[in-house]
Design a protein around this ligand. Structure first.
Ligand code: FAD
Length: 335
């Protein structure tokens, strides 16, 4: 089977690798002049590396950790300077934790399928913090901590989305693990094991499909394949012409997502036309509106990328989505 993969970030390279292992002939088209997408490790003057993008995994991100180990790279625990919060802040943190725990306990496994959660989805994380905190210092610390960790403004994030993501991490080790020499080592490692070399400087403008093939249109150039896996972030997908391939629900899902602005070094990824965000956010109402349409298969067009996963905005999500999309492709013609 001939597969076109669009985007050479972690999801694109991973899905290409899985499909090659299963015997497909894969071509990867990348808009930029480099691979890696939102993973970018920049050498520093002192011989070290500065991560501009995805930098850390957690021990329970099993796909990411085992890939890193499989590639022979070394995980290094990141330590942060300890803060010494005052008593008011500690009490407020504890109230936030206990209220959030209660909400997690009541949450069904796929909350976006439960319309009765609309109120929780319409509530913002900021108003939840306001409800829990009794001191100004506690509230300020909660708001700032949230933005620092996620690049998201708590006044613009759905409480339901946040509680759902916190639930996945409940009871797990919170350690952050980086990669010695930089996360880009993962990108280089996967690329080195591919039969195909990604074709750079090829921004996809539109994609069309017929009964037996897909056509990917780039500037003045067209590529044909049996199926395509598109790995672009949602806000970037909105710039691509999909003809009549998409359902209204899927387009709406991409539209309702917001753009996180996490910055590690000098790059604001919201200004990058091929990223438009450090990761997706779920504004109030977006969890139920997006449902599970973000990465929905559209005929011969499949979707991967961190947003189309259970771990949006994370490397683990990019890998999970690649596995899911590869499985979809391999099973598609069996139906
Ligand atoms: C500042 C920052 C910090 C982060 N920190 C962490 C962290 O600590 N831990 C963590 O797990 N995650 C983190 N992330 C998120 C993580 O980097 C992403 O989840 C992951 O890299 C996404 O991979 P992807 O392949 O889904 O998307 P991308 O890496 O965005 O790949 C998409 C690719 O498609 C290309 N493309 C776009 N448009 C087109 C087009 N029209 N035609 C062809 N190609 C196109 C892009 O150039 C890109 O190469 C961070 C991200 C940022 C930006």
């Amino acid at each position: 089977m001939k597969i076109a993969v669009v985007g050479a970030g972690l999801a694109g390279l991973s899905v290409a690798h899985i499909l090659e292992q299963k015997g497909c002939t894969v071509t990867i088209f990348e808009a930029k002049d480099r691979i890696g997408g939102r993973i970018l490790s920049v050498p520093t003057d002192d011989g070290g590396t500065r991560e501009e993008g995805g930098a850390y995994v957690r021990p329970f991100h099993r796909r990411a950790c085992s890939l890193i180990e499989h590639l022979g790279l070394t995980l290094v625990e990141k330590s942060f300077p300890k803060r010494d919060p005052n008593d008011d802040v500690i009490k407020d943190q504890s109230r936030i934790r206990s209220e959030a725990k209660q909400l997690m306990e009541d949450l069904p496994p796929k909350p976006w399928t439960s319309p009765e959660l609309v109120e929780l989805d319409q509530t913002t994380v900021a108003s939840f913090f306001e409800f829990c905190c009794r001191s100004e210092a506690g509230l300020e610390s909660a708001m700032k901590g949230f933005t620092a960790g996620s690049g998201q403004d708590p006044t613009e994030v759905s409480l339901l989305g946040w509680i759902d993501s916190e639930k996945k991490m409940a009871g797990q080790s919170k350690s952050l693990l980086g990669v010695e020499g930089g996360m880009e080592g993962v990108i280089k490692g996967i690329a080195a094991d591919l039969h195909t070399e990604p074709v750079l400087n090829r921004p996809m403008k539109s994609i069309q499909q017929s009964e037996d093939h897909v056509e990917i249109w780039m500037e003045g150039e067209m590529a044909m394949a049996d199926r395509a896996v598109i790995t672009l972030p949602p806000k970037v997908l909105l710039d691509v012409d999909f003809g009549d391939s998409l359902s209204m629900e899927q387009e709406l899902a991409w539209q309702v997502l917001g753009a996180a602005g996490l910055m590690r070094g000098e790059i604001d990824w919201r200004d990058d036309q091929y990223a438009k965000a450090s990761g997706p956010t779920f504004p109030p109402g977006a969890v139920l509106a997006a449902g599970d349409h973000i990465g929905e298969q559209a005929g011969r067009i499949h979707f991967a990328g961190d947003a189309a996963s259970n771990w949006p905005g994370l490397l683990e999500g990019a890998l999970e989505s690649a596995e899911r999309a590869a499985e979809e492709v391999m099973n598609a013609d069996k139906k």
